[in-house]
Design a protein around this ligand. Structure first.
Ligand code: IVH
Length: 706
């Protein structure tokens, strides 16, 4: 064994043998980690193997193996699960943290539907596991898929078949039935699994949720068989026939088909009843034997659920009422400032590690300078005005999956020499002035793209999973290319000229440390694959402030293709006029987002950078929602007058779900006006312009059954 011998002292023959040994050892470590979820060596030992391999290859380039571990950039991603596109999107849930949020939920449901009376809701535990969609065709289980991004999940069918609670065959089920629910692990099974893993020297899990996820999302079904997973059914996707008329009936039907449904599911009549059941479930939380993190309320009547429909990622008819977060005290060791892609200076608390709800926490967000100083952004006191100082004992909490936060300070334990924190007024990354605009809680670096942190964060966002998702080009590689003098990536367009620039270079990528012929080729191919890409992804990838994934999707759906959108943004530049009104009229787009979007396209440097990028792309138009079979897809509609059968909000949401654009004013571009009693000037204008006009009943007939 030459593993102890310094690389400089190896002979060529020794180096060759050593490279062979390292290739084998690294491959074994990869399999143990990725396939068996049971690493056999520590991360540090793994890194040391890779580093030694790299050092030998640098000294003896001609001995580099065809299967060299250093060429396997992103190898763990390459072999994985196949993808499954969900027939019906898998949604997540909006959250309520306080009783008042539940009151608001109930009111908004009734307001939307125009119902004043009490509405019935189901209330059931929110299981802390991972969601799974099971597709049965003619009673046979055909696919099981994780949620993924809601549209596409991972195919985990082989693993799901190993879960006892999941039937392989159903008697008397609809021809097409997608059952959705939560995979979880009980406390007892989790403890036993961790004990077994520890005895074998394998990986132990931080909490039952991670154990369930790790056991389902791994490639060897035999391992899932060994791990005692359970499944509760609580929802459904595609169906060839309804499961019932109410949520309760549908759940009873799933139960009769032999699925486990949660026994604490109850029908509640209105708000007080819901909150009563919430407290009852909360009291039983500690003795249930599995983790739950809240209570889910769902409108019971499925006709009402259908009328309420969905926002971009969550149903309007359901909400998760979360339990209060778990808390722990620890010492604040330092405050660091991170600069984000929009220039925001974000203070991060570096904590003495502490376990909060089964997870070790060593960092927490401190939000902004006001938060540290003990006041809200509107100037009111928070934490009774107590500021946060380095050296303080602070209370940390986690709510669900979100980043840990600092809630409180123990002044009795404050060290005598602790000084108030001075928030920087220059960017720690580029030295530019950091300013705080009026009404903004956040101080921002004014360096723009000259600030390496901003430019780099923007690029990292650009290549992230929900944006361009380029295999082999993650955060680590972006950092490397950003700093590269010969082959730099400083803005998104540079990614798409990388190969061309590489061929003109003497220091070719394939000859660099950590790269080889195959990995360079793989990267260029992965980049090429993304030259053709969907509109919504491109818009999201630009990282424009306030324009998140859901908003990008809505905007893309509204404008359809990139050219139309770009022209509309130019026309909306004065922040008023018809193009501006059209943007503001999109459900889910408010003034702040619209201003940020339009301003980005109006700024010369930013626009030029976008144009340079777009020149390399073929941007696919957004898929029109339910365009097929919808008589209003792509049409512009105006509602005016009083609607009697549904509220204005419902009418607008329904029309948009059918692919229509809903505008507030009648113009030459209007295709259809739906006029109720009392319609005034808009109806008159429609008549003048010869726009088709119908009443509410005709509208309802037109969309019935869609
Ligand atoms: S209903 C369309 N019910 O919570 C609504 N979800 O935070 C579908 N979850 O993605 C969800 N227990 O994975 C529903 N009783 C329950 C649930 C539940 C846990 C999960 C589910 C969802 C997530 C949203």
């Amino acid at each position: 064994m030459n593993s102890e011998k310094p690389v400089e002292e190896l002979s060529a023959a020794e180096a060759e043998a050593e490279l062979a040994r390292l290739a084998e050892e690294i491959a074994a470590a990869n399999t143990a980690y990725h396939t068996h979820d049971a690493p056999e060596i520590t991360d540090a030992a793994y890194d040391a193997l890779k580093a030694r391999n790299q050092a030998i290859e640098t000294r003896f380039p001609h001995l580099k193996r065809a299967d060299s571990p250093s060429d396997q950039v992103g190898a763990e991603l390459a072999e994985g699960f196949s993808k499954v596109r969900h027939a019906v999107r898998m949604m997540s849930l909006a959250n309520a943290f306080e009783d008042a949020d539940v009151t608001e939920f109930d009111e908004s449901v009734r307001r939307y539907l125009g119902i004043e009376n009490t509405i019935a809701y189901t209330a059931e535990p929110k299981i802390d596991g991972l969601s799974l969609s099971l597709r049965y065709e003619n009673g046979q289980l055909v696919t099981a898929a994780t949620r993924g991004d809601g549209e596409t999940g991972e195919n985990v069918t082989a693993n799901a078949r190993e879960i006892d609670d999941i039937p392989h065959r159903l008697e008397g089920a609809p021809d097409i039935l997608e059952v959705r629910g939560e995979v979880y692990m009980s406390h007892a099974d989790f403890e036993a699994l961790n004990t077994r893993q520890a005895e074998r020297g394998g990986k132990t899990f931080a909490n039952p949720r991670n154990a369930a996820a790790g056991s389902l999302r791994q490639l060897d079904a035999a391992i899932t068989r060994d791990r005692p997973l359970k499944f509760f059914a609580y929802s459904w996707g595609e169906l060839s026939e309804p499961l019932g008329e109410t949520q309760m009936e549908a759940i009873a039907r799933l139960k009769s088909l032999s699925f486990d449904v949660n026994p604490l599911t109850e029908l509640c009549s209105g708000l007080d009843d819901m909150l009563r059941h919430y407290r009852a479930i909360e009291e039983q939380r500690a003795t249930l034997g599995y983790d739950i993190d809240g209570v889910v309320y769902k409108v019971n009547d499925l006709t009402l659920q259908r009328r309420l429909g969905f926002r971009s990622t969550t149903p309007r008819w359901a909400i998760a009422h979360k339990f209060p977060a778990e808390l722990a005290w620890t010492r604040l060791e330092a405050i660091d400032i991170q600069v984000g892609r929009t220039g925001a200076l974000s203070p991060v608390a570096r904590l003495h590690p502490v376990t909060v709800g089964g997870v070790v926490v060593s960092n927490a967000t401190l939000h902004n300078e006001d938060y540290i100083a003990g006041r809200s952004s509107s100037g009111e006191q928070i934490r009774d005005g107590k500021d946060i100082r380095v050296g303080d004992w602070v209370q940390v909490y986690r709510a669900g999956d979100v980043i840990p936060k600092v809630a409180d300070v123990d002044l009795s334990k404050r060290p005598e020499d602790a000084r108030p924190y001075e928030f920087p007024t220059v960017c720690p990354e580029c030295g530019s002035e950091a300013i705080r605009e009026e009404g903004d809680a956040v101080r921002r670096c004014t360096g723009g793209m000259i600030c390496p942190a901003q430019a780099m964060e923007k690029l990292k966002h650009f290549v992230s999973r929900k944006a361009f998702d380029i295999e082999g080009l993650g955060a680590k590689q972006i950092e490397m290319f950003y700093a590269d003098e010969v082959l730099p990536i400083r803005e998104p367009a540079d990614i798409f000229t990388l190969e061309e620039r590489d061929t003109r270079n003497l220091a070719r990528l394939k000859n660099r440390d950590g790269w080889g012929e195959t990995s360079a080729r793989n990267l260029f191919n992965a980049i090429d694959e993304r030259r053709s890409i969907g509109f919504a992804r491109v818009l999201f990838a630009l990282g424009i402030r306030h324009v998140g994934e859901a908003a990008a999707r809505l905007i893309a759906q509204h404008y359809g293709d990139w050219e139309t959108f770009e022209q509309a943004m130019e026309k909306a530049a004065p922040l008023e006029g018809p193009a501006w009104d059209e943007l503001m009229n999109i459900d889910g787009v408010g003034t702040v987002m619209a201003t940020s979007l339009v301003t980005a396209f109006a700024q010369e440097a930013e626009r030029a950078s976008i144009d340079r990028l777009v020149a390399h792309l073929e941007i696919e138009p957004a898929e029109q929602v339910q365009a097929a079979g919808s008589p209003v897809a792509g049409k512009t509609l105006v509602f005016t007058g009083t609607l009697e059968k549904m509220t204005r909000a419902e009418a607008k949401a329904r029309a948009e779900a059918l692919g229509a654009k809903v505008s507030g004013s009648v113009s030459k571009k209007t295709d259809l006006v739906i006029a109720g009693p009392g319609a005034g000037s808009k109806a008159k204008k429609a008549e003048e312009l010869g726009v088709e006009m119908i009443d509410e009943d005709t509208w309802l007939e037109m969309i019935e059954g869609l």
